[in-house]
Design a protein around this ligand. Structure first.
Ligand code: RB5
Length: 151
């Protein structure tokens, strides 16, 4: 997907120990693709708590320091739960390319959660590249997004 146009200028990424290897591989590939990446850690294999990294990445997105975020833990589940507690974050947990595409088209996802222990690097890269390239469809989906937060 070397010709792909990514709809981001700045991306924040974070991982726990379960997602470290995948995160580092993605940072390399994103930088090769000329995407500006803020790597918010973790940086070592030592055991850490995934919500700390989810919150750091989501704050960067909510505060406008990053257009999008990527979070990697063992399964992606803990990261997605933590991320979706932030007002303004729509975190898509994707283990396949179709979910990543629909998470952009229908849900305007701004953070992607991945399972570093579940995915191979090539599939993870295809998921990321899709998530960064596909626009939100708008229309009826905008009405539904407006109803996401309880009144
Ligand atoms: C850490 O062992 C693991 O629980 C974490 O990476 C993640 O999978 C949680 O959802």
């Amino acid at each position: 997907m070397s010709e792909t146009q990514y709809l981001v200028s700045t991306l924040a990424i974070g991982a726990d120990h379960g997602g470290l290897a995948m995160k580092n591989a993605l940072v390399s590939r994103l930088r090769e693709a000329a995407v500006a990446v803020q790597d918010l850690g973790t940086d070592s294999p030592a055991s850490v708590d995934y919500p700390d990294f989810a919150h750091a990445v989501c704050r960067a997105v909510v505060e406008g320091r990053a257009d999008r975020g990527i979070l990697v833990c063992g399964t992606g589940i803990g990261m997605s739960i933590a991320a979706n507690r932030h007002h303004g974050i729509r975190c898509v947990l994707a283990h396949d390319v179709t979910t990543a595409r629909l998470g952009r088209e229908h849900n305007d996802g701004n953070v992607l959660a991945l399972g570093g222990r579940l995915l191979g690097e090539e599939l993870a890269w295809e998921i990321v590249a899709t998530f960064l390239a596909i626009p939100f469809s708008g229309g009826r989906h905008s009405r539904r997004l407006a109803k996401l937060s309880p009144a």
